[in-house]
Design a protein around this ligand. Structure first.
Ligand code: NAD
Length: 563
């Protein structure tokens, strides 16, 4: 251990003169986002529809909706619908592994460093004073849900999302992963230049022995400028052998660490899109055959996804490429395992999904949205290559589609345009939308995102809004990685049945409940994508409530509207 080394026992706090505790992490000194739930959980619902059993929580839930039918006269008939469900959530979380593809990258190293700093309660000095580790930016760990009202005071009661159901604490993940770069994790963290030096120096002894497992590298899929870091490779070019190798890695990691479950998450370089070719990647069967024949269009990320599906572990794609070709989705459906993607929604897109929704829902009409980014990290270097940029451009481009389509007052529909022009138009009116990304090494991980919103106002007026957003890229993405892994693991423990008899079954394979954290949410084929951040958060919140038998929107606050 180096002279600046940290005592790796939990409970230690260090930054030169700070005292260290030897008796485990003192909860008072822990940041609220890293605190643990009380034994047995914080919340207990007292209701006939919620039963706490030895194995888990059983809850009845009625899904209320409306069917809307348009008559020949254009008038709408609305029928109320109701469907009864029962959810069962296993309460034992167990030991959970988190395997990152791209462990040695900026996100991968920041995830491991954040986990270790919180686990060992390592504080560090900055020019502003002593900084405590935390999970700020994690919607699960650092945001709350309104649970109800305190009957005595009449005040709202809020609880952390992490207390809604039994969830893994991010300090408890067992973290490992793969990288095509062999650098051990301490050196990879130094290379990433994300965290403060006083933190890095304390984490070095905890990270120097962690080495990424060798990975698969098909140079055609990522930028040529990445070739010089590819020195940690599974040999050969037989994709079937690669698949077996990754499957064996997952099994070995699970066995070595006595894990109950594992989540695999892609935070490696953005790949180019794979061509969708009938007979190759259009069905599960064809995709497996394409792996057998080492077909050129099978990407590394798809090999990782297939390996995870076949090992029965969730796979999340944090990058924009089309890892989930149709055959891959079908394979997950067949095996009833879980997939989620695509592309972390960390900065510009998150703001855009809020701002565009605000404008359109305010009855203001965005005419154009122009987005520029420059960043200086390795992600930016990879994205300076045209085919990889194209994946990002596609992922960023559809974020306002559903909000625009939801307002036919402001935007002409495809049917309106077809009528107007006499030609068949497939897409309705839409704001002009461009995305530019440039690599500027000097700014490192501190991405600059500049967006102009140009909108139509009352009586032909115009409005320009400019946003300048300096995003600490990996510090925004890292909490999302924890959220995605925590929620994916939770969703593997939730089963449901319709009505109140019959077998419980797992949720549908594509975990669209993760949409809040993802730029281009993957959804059940044939269903609409929801990009609105508010709707995504509401869906997550209401689902967690449904699992403990709570229903309805709490924002009605009817008691404040009546006598
Ligand atoms: P990075 O370039 O620092 O890290 C990527 C790592 O993946 C590198 O260490 C590289 O060696 C490794 N790698 C490449 N191909 C691999 C393979 N086949 N197997 C294993 N490892 C491989 O990038 P980053 O900043 O950590 O971002 C990671 C990914 O997340 C990028 O695709 C990026 O577009 C995406 N993303 C990041 C953010 C964000 O940071 N805010 C937001 C959205 C999406």
């Amino acid at each position: 251990m180096s002279p600046t080394a940290l005592d790796p026992t939990p409970g230690h706090t260090d930054s030169f003169s700070l005292p260290s505790s030897t008796t485990g992490v003192d909860q008072i000194k822990v940041h609220p986002s890293a605190r643990r739930s009380p034994e047995g959980g914080l919340i207990k619902v007292e209701s006939d529809s919620t039963v706490y059993e030895e194995e888990g929580i059983r809850a009845k839930f009625t899904d209320r909706g409306a069917e809307v039918v348009k008559g020949a006269d254009g008038k709408l008939t609305v029928k109320k619908t109701e469907k009864n469900f029962e959810f069962f959530t296993k309460s034992k979380v167990g030991r959970v592994g988190l395997l990152l593809v791209g462990l040695g990258g900026n996100n991968g190293t920041t995830v491991l460093a954040t986990h270790l700093a919180n686990k060992h309660n390592v504080s560090w000095r900055t020019k502003n004073g002593v900084q405590q580790p935390n999970y700020i930016g994690s919607v699960v760990r650092a945001s709350t849900v309104r649970l109800g009202v305190d009957p005595e005071t009449g005040k709202d009661v809020f609880v952390p999302i992490s207390d809604m159901l039994p969830m893994v604490h991010p300090n408890d993940f067992v973290i490992g992963g793969w990288d095509i770069s062999a650098l051990p994790m301490d050196k990879a963290m130094l290379r990433a230049k994300v965290l403060e030096w006083d933190l890095q120096r304390q984490l070095i002894p905890l990270m120097e022995d962690v080495k990424p497992m060798p990975s698969i590298y098909y140079p055609d899929f990522i930028a040529a400028n990445q070739a010089d870091r590819a020195d940690n490779l599974i040999p050969g070019d037989d994709k079937a052998a690669h698949l077996e190798h990754i499957r064996a890695d997952i099994r070995q990691f699970k066995a070595d660490n006595q894990l109950d479950s594992v989540v695999v998450l892609w935070t490696a370089n953005t790949e180019r899109y794979a061509d969708i070719i009938p007979g190759i990647n259009d069905t599960a069967e064809n995709l497996l055959k394409a792996v057998e024949s080492s077909h050129d269009e099978v990407s590394p990320s798809t090999v990782f996804a297939i390996a995870s599906i076949l090992e029965g572990v969730p796979f999340i794609n944090g990058s924009p490429q089309n890892t989930f070709v149709p055959g891959c989705i079908e394979l997950a459906e067949k095996h009833k395992t879980f997939i989620g993607g695509d592309d972390f929604k960390s900065g510009q897109t998150k703001v855009k999904s809020v701002l565009a929704e605000f404008l359109v829902n305010a009855g203001i009409k965005p005419l154009s949205i122009s987005s520029y980014n420059h960043l200086g990290n390795n992600d930016g270097k990879n994205l300076s290559s045209q085919r990889q940029f194209r994946s990002k451009e596609i992922s960023k481009s559809s974020v306002v589609d559903d909000m625009v389509a939801a307002n036919p007052i402001l935007y002409k529909t495809a049917a309106d345009l077809t009528k107007e022009t006499g030609e068949v138009v497939k897409k309705g009116e839409h704001p002009d939308h461009i995305v530019v990304i440039k690599h500027v090494p000097a700014v490192g991980d501190s991405k600059r995102a500049i967006d102009e919103y140009y909108s139509e106002l009352l009586m032909g007026g115009r409005n320009v809004m400019n946003i300048f957003n300096e995003c600490e890229d990996s510090l925004l993405a890292t909490p999302l990685i924890f959220d995605l892994a925590i929620l994916a693991e939770l969703l593997t423990r939730v089963t449901y049945r319709e009505g109140s008899s019959g077998e419980y079954q797992p949720l549908y394979s594509v975990l669209s409940l993760l949409s809040y954290m993802l730029k281009a949410p993957l959804v059940k084929p044939g269903t609409d994508v929801v990009n609105s951040l508010n709707r995504q958060r509401n869906a997550l919140e209401q689902f967690l409530k449904a699992c403990i038998g709570l229903e309805g929107s709490t924002d009605l606050l009817l008691n404040t509207r009546v006598w």
